[in-house]
Design a protein around this ligand. Structure first.
Ligand SMILES: *Cc1c(COP(=O)(O)O)cnc(C)c1O
Length: 390
């Protein structure tokens, strides 16, 4: 699947399911739960997987297949499977590839529900996770145990936009014969391709920049064909499949991924530069600002800086809350990667249940504001942020 005839943008537009007898130009929506067979032999051979036929939409559907094929080409992956949500992609990947008694080594700054999976649910099946700090990669090898099977990380991280060196993770995974699983949600396949750095599986929440318009949920796991086969078999029996409608929407979204992400990143860099010069802002974290602690790694592995800008407002929790209250145009919302700029204050919202120490362990300070920069005119975004900061 990963053999690309064309460049990224062209594959995004031109990868399409086969035309039907109606000669449609744009891929139709295949709203069907099952598929029919010509006769007993056709049905036998299809179920025996002797021919690549759709059987039932929990297994595959032309719309999900088209979506997965595009992501495979974009990520340089051999195979993939599409899920109803990003979390379904993360959970099914781990559940399919791990046995009871296995161990995970992960960066501590991971998406909130992934953290719950590691610390609350996987231990039910005797799978434990050891965390390393994302800015202390030299500590990773010390976390590896004889039963370690997977190294897991996100880069850039949510919400603090930290970066980890993918080449380094790839080398460590190879040296210790471990699987490397990377959540590439914040970067998108346009900005960064973890498989080129040694990742075995890449997962995405397609809900974010892949949809890019805040409409549907979706997830996908792509990578080595033998591992995807295990994930597929687990998923086809447990039922987290992406709906054909969401796959249809998301495949259309991929057609414009490159132009959207270019503009998101152009706007985000300008916002980051504006914030860095603002007197009420203590510090700004954006991968393509030279002040970012991992700027050199970001420049090495990312094509652009992404659309998430994190900054530290002067005055702590109260200043963060006041800032949100003063916002006029931007949205206060839990999503990210939307056309609409979104601002959140993790310490008083998503991470308010954690203690100050727990928050600091994942780089969430009291004054941290996370912005997901959208596609409005950058002058309007900056002017809203500016009036709310004053
Ligand atoms: C949103 C997100 C997820 C979960 O995706 P859903 O589609 O909401 O289930 C996983 N990882 C990261 C980095 C995310 O931002």
């Amino acid at each position: 699947m990963s053999d690309s005839k064309y460049k990224f943008e062209t594959e995004a537009v031109r990868t399409q399911s086969e035309r039907t007898q109606f000669s449609e130009h744009s891929t139709p929506l295949y709203v069907t739960s099952s598929f029919v067979f010509d006769d007993a032999e056709d049905m036998r051979a299809s179920f025996a997987e002797e021919k690549p036929k759709n059987l039932y939409s929990r297994f595959s559907n032309p719309n999900t297949t088209e979506f997965v094929e595009k992501i495979c080409k974009m990520e340089g992956a051999e195979a993939g499977y599409a899920f109803a949500t990003g979390m379904a992609a993360v959970y099914n990947t781990l559940a399919a590839l791990l046995e009871s008694g296995d161990h995970i080594v992960s960066a501590s700054s991971v998406f909130g529900s992934t953290h719950s999976l590691f610390k609350k649910y996987l231990p039910k099946w005797n799978i434990e996770t050891t965390y390393f700090k994302i800015d202390e990669p030299e500590s990773i090898e010390g976390c590896i145990q004889p039963n370690t099977k997977i190294i897991y990380a996100e880069t850039p991280t949510n919400p603090a936009v930290d970066i980890i060196d993918l080449d380094l993770l790839g080398e460590i995974a190879k040296k210790h014969n471990l699987l490397l699983v990377i959540d590439n949600c914040f970067a998108t396949p346009y900005i960064q391709n973890p498989i080129k750095h040694g990742a075995d599986i890449v997962v995405h929440s397609a809900t974010k920049l892949i949809d890019g318009q805040g409409r549907v949920l979706g997830g996908v796991a792509v990578g080595r064909a033998d591992l995807i086969r295990e994930i597929y078999l687990f998923a086809r029996n447990t039922g987290p499949a992406m709906s054909p409608f969401n796959a249809w929407v998301l495949s259309k979204s991929l057609e414009t991924l490159s132009v959207r992400v270019e503009k998101h990143c152009e706007n985000a860099l300008k916002v980051a530069q504006f914030l860095e010069a603002h007197p009420n802002v203590a510090s700004v974290k954006y991968p393509f600002l030279p002040s970012h602690p991992q700027y050199n790694i970001a420049k090495k592995q990312m094509r652009l800086g992404g659309n998430i800008v994190a900054f530290e407002i002067k005055g702590g929790i109260d200043a963060g809350r006041n800032f949100l209250n003063k916002i006029q145009m931007c949205s206060l919302s839990a999503n990210l990667g939307d056309t609409r700029t979104i601002v959140t204050h993790p310490a008083s919202t998503t991470h308010s249940k954690l203690s100050v120490e727990e928050r600091l362990a994942v780089s969430i300070t009291d004054g941290l504001v996370r912005t997901s920069i959208g596609l409005e005119h950058v002058d309007d975004i900056i002017s809203d942020l500016n009036q709310a900061l004053s």
